[in-house]
Design a protein around this ligand. Sequence first.
Ligand code: ZN
Length: 175
Amino acid sequence: MAIREILTVPDPRLKEVSNPVAGGVTDDIRTLMDDMLETMYAAPGIGLAAIQIGVPLRVIVMDLAREGASPEPRYFVNPEICEMVEETAPYEEGCLSVPDVFDEIDRPVRCLLRYLDYNGNAVEEWAEGLFAVCIQHEMDHLDGTLFIDHLSRLKRQRAVEKVKKANKIKARDAA
Ligand code: ZN
């Protein structure tokens, strides 16, 4: 396993639409998911899409276990949302690609998912609560959408400027 670099805004790769994984869940895809999980844990974060480490494939990892509880890694290959309820609720979201920015986003509270798991088995399940929020956030990444794209243009520009400034300071301190 290896920790990979996480792309941050305004990296244009974050706007790419990711491709479906063809040929099922191979060892290469499992290695990618292992790296993604390690990268996510190190960040630390609760979800990561492959494009966030620059790989344009429809692959997501997630772990919603509470701090201090044993890890509960989840893996999603070619996830699809088949059904969504109309009821929405706000949740304060953040993103490893938009560090230190948090804002409330409204999303459907439940959705029916279909995906392949780590072993390539087809799974269908309802997501709700934080799981529903997180999977919708991560699936947005697969279509090149960030959570700040759901905000007003002003808030979005402010968020990008904040990350650019922080990255500039980081680069200066590293030099
Ligand atoms: Zn994100």
